[in-house]
Design a protein around this ligand. Sequence first.
Ligand code: ZN
Ligand code: ZN
Length: 157
Amino acid sequence: MEKTIVKCESCGRPFDLGREGIFLPAAGGCLCRACERTRSGSRRGLSAPRPLWAGTAAKLFFGVLFAYIGVFENRPWDWTFLLVGLGIGLGLIAWGIEPVRRYRRERQAAVAAVRTAAAEKKAEPLRRLRRPRVCAACGATGTGEICEYCGTRLPEA
Ligand SMILES: [Zn+2]
Ligand SMILES: [Zn+2]
């Protein structure tokens, strides 16, 4: 994924929002992982914590193991054994994958929000110029930088 480098609002450190930290829509800024931890009450950005690698790996490992035993070590064949093995196995796998998916989803949403905010900020001066304003010199209403009737600079929107 393309990097989205933002500056931490609190400590000023630049970081990749695609990998860590949170976006605070209300403040329009971002906090790095370290500052996110120290600042309580500012967890309005991401709610999903970064999943622990070891925990995810253990759930996936035992999930696959249970499913494997249920299917391939099922001798003599027993449907209950199969269902229990598969049920526990698939349950463990889903349990392991879900936090990772949630974390990714929220992180992508944060990156998208930052990009949208940046694009809007960039478009704001243009939008202002397009807004009709009254010329102070001749009283005509115009858009753009200068009055098209008398050439006077139009006031800021
Ligand atoms: Zn910081
Ligand atoms: Zn004018």
